[in-house]
Design a protein. Structure first.
Length: 436
């Protein structure tokens, strides 16, 4: 029987239901029928579960909408030795993620309909998590000629970005924002002024001491400031990816106060680590933008706590050993993040900066809302995408246990709290900790 016509009913009982989109936070049960949520609430099955329904005992753990990760490098097509759609899906499932947005910097670039359709087809074949492709903002990610926003949107592109390449030319960005507005499309920028960004780590005392070229925080600040002015000019929707500096957070905060259509995200390494993590030339902590000062790290943390930063994305960037075990200047940028997104995001909850509901919103309904995705919430009739978790289970992160093909993480031995117990996509269990 195909999944499309599967009407299997499953009852999740003894659950602590939590849904940031609606503010739900109560003990209860949830019923799925086929691929949809049929019903849920504190009184569901209070007189017992009727016959013919499969029972899943949640044992008091939290049952929430599946996580939504809006910044993932899939590496397929082109670099399947680093990651594939299947292995990325397996890693995401183990991390409680049920939907991911795939960046367009594959080989070939996702700048036409065939590329977008390929990712969608391979995701269906893998039968793991849902994959929503970005479209390239410019052809071949060269920052010059815009792609066909309208056509790509029609075939499933959820937003437009040049991935890790900033759109440096102001006229090109102005045109992109104006063109995107025609289709109510979102422009996502890697905010880094290229002429100031030729380095390999954060610019400052430590980079000087290590003899490495630095990237000034002003590379990010100047680009965000310029782009905000272009948003004022055009009215286009704009999203700044993986913010890493205090200055950029302040600019976004002010732009929001002025009512501009601006959103932003960051990644866990920007509020969990600082530039000291690259001491001893640790290439597994080499990312773009680079890990910043402790002052910047604290500003990112505060930006999440006060709502300036809208979402947390993994910025999952898998690399093979040969790409990372090189002299620092030659090593590739990027770390894996699908399996650490959730426990690291929960630091905001464990450090009492946010309630559990508000913390979860940063990885569920808010990122879904940014890209206009029909996921990230518990609602009758919506997709049965769920994560069952214990937020308090302590452990030490071990990349060797990751399901990702790549293990390039700076979080080896890092103390974390929060374990995913089960991940469900369209009613199907795709990860069960007990049987993994």
């Amino acid at each position: 029987m195909s999944q499309l016509h599967d009407k299997t009913k499953r009852a999740y009982i003894n659950a602590h239901l939590i849904d940031p989109a609606s503010g739900l936070d109560t003990k209860g049960a949830l019923l799925t029928e086929g691929i949809h949520i049929a019903d849920f609430g504190p009184d569901l099955f209070k007189d017992g579960v009727p016959e013919g329904i499969e029972i899943i005992d949640c044992q008091g753990h939290y049952l929430a909408p599946g996580l939504v990760d809006i910044r993932v490098h899939l590496r397929e097509p082109g670099d399947e030795h680093k990651e594939t759609i299947l292995t990325a899906g397996q890693a995401a499932a183990a991390g409680g993620i049920t939907s991911i947005a795939a960046l367009p910097d594959s080989t070939p670039v996702l700048d036409d309909v065939s590329g977008v359709e390929y990712v969608a087809r391979r995701a269906r074949e893998a039968k793991m998590v849902k994959i929503f492709p970005y479209g390239a903002l410019t052809k071949r990610l060269e920052g010059k000629e815009l792609t066909e926003f309208g056509l790509l949107t029609e075939f499933g592109a959820v937003a437009f970005t040049d991935s890790t390449k900033a759109v440096a030319n102001a006229q090109t960005m102005r045109r992109a924002l104006s063109y995107a507005k025609t289709f109510n499309a979102l422009v996502v920028q890697h905010p880094e002024e290229p002429s100031l960004a030729g380095g390999v780590m954060n610019g400052g005392e430590i980079s000087t001491r290590m003899g490495l070229s630095g990237v000034s925080t002003y590379a990010e600040i100047i680009m965000v400031e310029r782009d905000i002015r272009l948003v004022e000019m055009t009215g286009g929707r704009y999203h700044a990816a993986h913010l890493s500096t205090a200055g950029a957070v302040d600019i976004i905060r002010q732009a929001k106060a002025r009512g501009l259509p601006v959103t932003c995200d960051t990644a866990p390494h920007y509020f969990c680590l600082n530039e000291n993590s690259v001491l001893d030339y640790r290439t597994f902590a080499k990312v773009s933008p680079p890990l910043r000062s402790e002052e910047d790290r604290e500003a990112i943390f505060q930006g999440l706590a006060d709502g300036t930063i809208d979402a947390i994305a993994s910025d999952h960037s898998p690399h093979d050993q040969d790409s990372k075990r090189l002299p620092f200047a030659q090593a590739e940028f990027g770390i894996v993040g699908l399996e650490t997104l959730f426990p690291l995001a929960l630091q905001l909850y464990h450090k009492k900066a946010l309630s559990l509901l508000d913390c979860l919103s940063l990885v569920t309904c808010k990122p879904a809302e940014i890209l206009g995705l029909p996921v990230g919430k518990l609602a009758k009739g919506s997709a049965a995408d769920l994560v069952l978790f214990n937020p308090d289970s302590p452990y030490f992160i071990d990349p060797e246990k990751f399901r990702s093909k790549s293990k390039n993480s700076p979080f080896t031995g890092f103390p974390a709290q929060g374990k995913v117990l089960r991940t469900v996509v369209d009613g199907r269990t795709i990860y069960d900790r007990q049987n993994s």
